[in-house]
Design a protein around this ligand. Structure first.
Ligand SMILES: CC(C)(COP(=O)(O)OP(=O)(O)OC[C@H]1O[C@@H](n2cnc3c(N)ncnc32)[C@H](O)[C@@H]1OP(=O)(O)O)[C@@H](O)C(=O)NCCC(=O)NCCS
Length: 181
C-alpha cells in the first residue's frame, strides 16, 4: 500500500487497525472542528467506526478503487488523506482529507496533497485529479488553490452533512497542467 515519508515531520502511512484507537480518540477530541464538514463525524463516532473505516480502505485498495492513508506528524496520527474513488475508465480521481485541529496551519495538508497529486499523475498515470470543498470551507479551498488547481464550478446541494445540504465547489488539475508546475 502507498506510504511516503515527506519530510522529517510528516509521513503518509497505510491504514492499520492498530491505530484505530488513536484515530477514534483524535476524531472524538476534535468533533467540534470536524463535524461541520465531515458527514461521518458525529457524537457516536467509536473505535469500531475507525476500524470499519480502516477495513473499508483496505477493501477499496484490494479492489483497485482508491485508498486513504494516515497522516503522521512526528509519529502521531494527525489526520487522513486519500483517493475517494479512482475512475480508471476516465483516468481520474478525487482527493478527500482532514486534519486534527492542532495539526492545522503548518502546511501538512498542502504537502500531503501535493504528494498524492504527484503519485496520481506520475505513478498511476491518471489524467485528472479533482477536489470538492464546501463553498464556505475557506481553509479547505486554499489547498487546491495553493497547488494551482483550477476552480471549475459550483455543485448546488451536492452533499448532505448531518442535517442540511451543502453547495460544493469543484477544483481540478490535469496531468498536462501539473507538468508545467
Ligand atoms: C481543511 C484542512 C485540512 C486545512 O488545514 P490547514 O492547516 O489550513 O492546511 P495546511 O496543512 O495545508 O496548512 C496551511 C497553513 O499552513 C501554513 N504553512 C506553513 N508551512 C507551509 C508549507 N510548507 N506549505 C504550505 N502551507 C504552509 C500556510 O500559510 C497556511 O497557514 P494559514 O492558514 O495561516 O494561511 C483543515 O482545516 C481541516 O481538516 N478541516 C476540517 C475538515 C475539513 O474541512 N476537511 C476538508 C473537507 S473538503
Amino acid at each position: 500500500m502507498f506510504s511516503r515519508r515527506i519530510d522529517d515531520d510528516l509521513e503518509l502511512r497505510p491504514v492499520d487497525e492498530r491505530v484505530a484507537e488513536e484515530l477514534a480518540a483524535l476524531v472524538r477530541r476534535d468533533l467540534a472542528h470536524l463535524r461541520p464538514w465531515m458527514p461521518w463525524a458525529t457524537e457516536r463516532y467509536s473505535v469500531e467506526d475507525a476500524r470499519e473505516f480502516i477495513r473499508r480502505q483496505i477493501r477499496q485498495y484490494a479492489e483497485d478503487m482508491g485508498f486513504a492513508t494516515l497522516i503522521f506528524c512526528r509519529g502521531r496520527v494527525a489526520g487522513s488523506i486519500g483517493y475517494n474513488n479512482i475512475d480508471w475508465s476516465n483516468r481520474k480521481t478525487d482527493i478527500g482529507y482532514w486534519l486534527g485541529a492542532d495539526f492545522q496551519r503548518r502546511g501538512l495538508m498542502t504537502r500531503s496533497c501535493r504528494a498524492l497529486v504527484e503519485h496520481a499523475f506520475r505513478e498511476l498515470r491518471l489524467n485528472r485529479v479533482e477536489i470538492y470543498c464546501a463553498v464556505e470551507n475557506v481553509r479547505s479551498r486554499r489547498i487546491p488553490e495553493r497547488l494551482g488547481f483550477r476552480q471549475e464550478g459550483t455543485h448546488r446541494q451536492a452533499e448532505w452533512v448531518h442535517d442540511h445540504f451543502k453547495d460544493l465547489v469543484s477544483y481540478a488539475m490535469l496531468a498536462r497542467e501539473w507538468k508545467r508546475e
